[in-house]
Ligand binder design. Structure first.
Ligand code: GLP
Length: 264
């Protein structure tokens, strides 16, 4: 696992956007096959998406041959709701880049048959060729996508019940009213994320410090589902100085030394 530590979220986001663009461009140079990417929502990736939008508009990268699958969606929230992940993605990314509408995939949280919806999602990912890269965030309790604590590290796309903590944290998007936060979500599993050739996780701010400590220095455990990344051959967590605040000094120094040695 690599941990890239930047001074602040703005610098971390630019690093991540440029990294993703380089990967898209590198694949386009050697094959016509699409670049398949997993995408996340939340306040964390907004700056990364803004930089990708700038790069698309400047002709530095194109999403014309990119297929995306979002990691999660609330159950029972209309797609048109301003806080649905459908609305979020269109607002902060899709409406401003050149990705083809037919290449955009987001779980349908209102599917009549949720089990069939989740199975079809897993199949569509495989049919697209599997993920080249999965971009994710992390919850304050270390959850990845909506894989709450005690989700199996072998989990696949399914319906989950959100924890009290996650609903409280996300109430800020729902008029600070806990009861307005959907109680369930559809999410890719930990194993779905880890099936990607590489995984890039964004974690900024002191509220993520405990999750980052558990994920990096703790055991690989369903208690902190991001810790599943320890078993992945190409996992990178992009942090700012605040989110690494709970790491041991020696861990911090090591990651900084790798950054310098490998010019990350
Ligand atoms: C939700 C999403 C996660 C996201 C997390 C953190 O739980 N399902 O994918 O990583 O929120 O959100 P934020 O970036 O707003 O801190």
């Amino acid at each position: 696992m690599k941990v890239v530590i930047r001074n602040n979220s703005a610098e971390g986001s630019i690093w991540a956007a440029h990294y993703i663009a380089e990967k898209i461009n590198a694949k386009a140079k050697v094959t016509d096959k699409p670049f398949v990417i997993g995408l996340c929502t939340g306040s964390t990736p907004i700056e990364t998406y803004a930089e990708l939008i700038r790069m698309v508009k400047a002709g530095e990268v194109s999403f014309k041959n990119v297929i995306s699958f979002n990691m999660d969606e609330y159950v029972g929230l209309p797609e048109s709701h301003p806080e649905s992940y459908h609305s979020f993605m269109h607002k902060y990314l899709f409406d401003q880049i050149d990705e083809k509408p037919e290449n955009i995939h987001i779980l349908n949280g209102n599917a009549k048959d949720p089990v069939a919806e989740c199975e079809a999602y897993e199949k569509a990912i495989v049919d697209a060729g599997g993920f080249d890269l999965f971009l994710g965030g992390v919850g304050e309790d270390g959850h990845i996508a909506f894989n709450e604590p005690f989700s199996s590290l072998q989990s696949r796309t399914r319906v989950v019940t959100l924890t009290y903590d996650t609903r409280v944290v996300n109430a800020r998007f729902f008029d600070n009213d806990f009861n307005k936060v959907p109680a369930q979500a559809m999410t890719v599993g930990v194993a779905t994320v880890l099936s990607a050739k590489e995984v890039v996780i964004l974690a900024f701010g002191h509220k993520k410090a405990r999750a980052i400590k558990d994920a990096i220095e703790g055991p690989m455990s369903h208690y902190c589902t991001l810790s599943g990344l320890q078993g992945h051959p190409a996992g990178t967590i992009v942090c700012d100085e605040l989110s690494v605040g709970e790491l041991k000094v020696n861990s911090y120094r090591y990651f900084k030394a790798v950054e310098e040695a490998e010019n990350l």
